[in-house]
Design a protein around this ligand. Structure first.
Ligand SMILES: [Fe+2]
Ligand SMILES: [Fe+2]
Length: 284
């Protein structure tokens, strides 16, 4: 029986799936993405079935009303990271890195390439929104490719066939090309499916430079940053800012190294970076 709240044995399986869909340019995909059938692939499919069925326009408004009240917890950023790291899933302990290690590897790869410190900090923070899982949210409302709600679902979104079960697909307010939006109205006016990206954007929006906020908010919006499926909603400023989203994405997907970072060695550097940009505590 697949757990409806958590079909994936590990949140990482979603990311592994994204990597198999978008392999590193000089690494050829092992097999054709859609023909690669394994038990893990079945859980990923079930995960997307749930995500595409239940992420409706109304669902997003409900989650925003609940989580953007930030009345759950208040703690220092490093403690929020340790809190995130209590998220252990029943994945193979030999091959999987924990959340903090993924964040440190992403950030360290950005640092090694000589990018500005706020870019490094963004790499370190980008998945902190996954704490949503620890508030009891189902996986399909935390991770997964994100997409605009309130207008037609693009067939460039992974497993588009599952949108047939989404009530918005039959609602005339939401099922046209523009839906509730105006042509090229800009993403600031567009509601995205709910998950860790949108949540962390709202946590950090008063503190980080705008390119950092775009990277955080849209890093899972693969149907746009990889497939350009929603150019009709973006404005010129979004296109400018998506250059940063594109710059960020390879660090997220391809920075995995077999050698786990030593947290205690890196902590002072990241504590300084946090102190430079963020308040002493954040509210979740
Ligand atoms: Fe993420
Ligand atoms: Fe990530």
């Amino acid at each position: 029986m697949i757990d409806q709240n958590a079909p994936l044995a590990s949140l990482e399986l979603w990311e592994d799936d994204v990597i198999s869909r978008y392999p590193e340019p000089d690494h050829k995909a092992k097999e054709d993405y859609r023909n690669y059938d394994t038990p893990e692939r079945d859980t990923v499919r079930e995960f997307y079935r749930l995500n595409h069925t239940y992420q409706t326009y109304d669902f997003v408004q409900e989650k925003k009303a609940n989580f953007l009240a930030f009345d759950k917890k208040e703690l220092p950023v490093w403690s929020a990271m340790e809190f995130l790291n209590t998220l252990v899933d029943d994945s193979d302990p030999d091959t999987d890195l924990d959340q903090l290690q993924h964040l440190l590897q992403t950030a360290e790869a950005i640092r090694a390439d000589g990018h500005p410190d706020w870019f490094v900090l963004t790499g370190f923070l980008h998945d902190m929104g996954k704490v949503l899982c620890l508030f009891g949210e189902p996986q399909w409302a935390v991770v997964g490719d994100t997409f605009p709600v309130g207008c037609k679902h693009s067939d460039k979104i992974v497993y588009p066939e599952f949108f047939a079960a989404n009530p918005d697909s039959y609602d005339e307010r939401y099922n046209t090309k523009y839906g509730v939006y105006k042509p090229n109205c800009g993403l600031k006016n567009v509601d995205m499916s709910w998950g860790h990206d949108e949540y962390l954007y709202h946590i950090t929006k008063d503190y980080l430079p705008e390119p950092a906020l775009y990277m955080i908010r849209y890093h899972s919006f693969y149907s746009q940053h990889r497939e350009h499926a929603y150019n009709h909603l973006l404005d010129d400023h979004d296109h400018e800012m998506f250059k940063w989203v594109n710059k960020f994405n390879p660090y997220d997907l391809y920075s995995k190294s077999p050698k786990p970072p030593v947290v205690s060695e890196l902590k002072p550097y990241y504590e300084d970076l946090i102190a430079k940009y963020l308040p002493a505590t954040i509210r979740l």
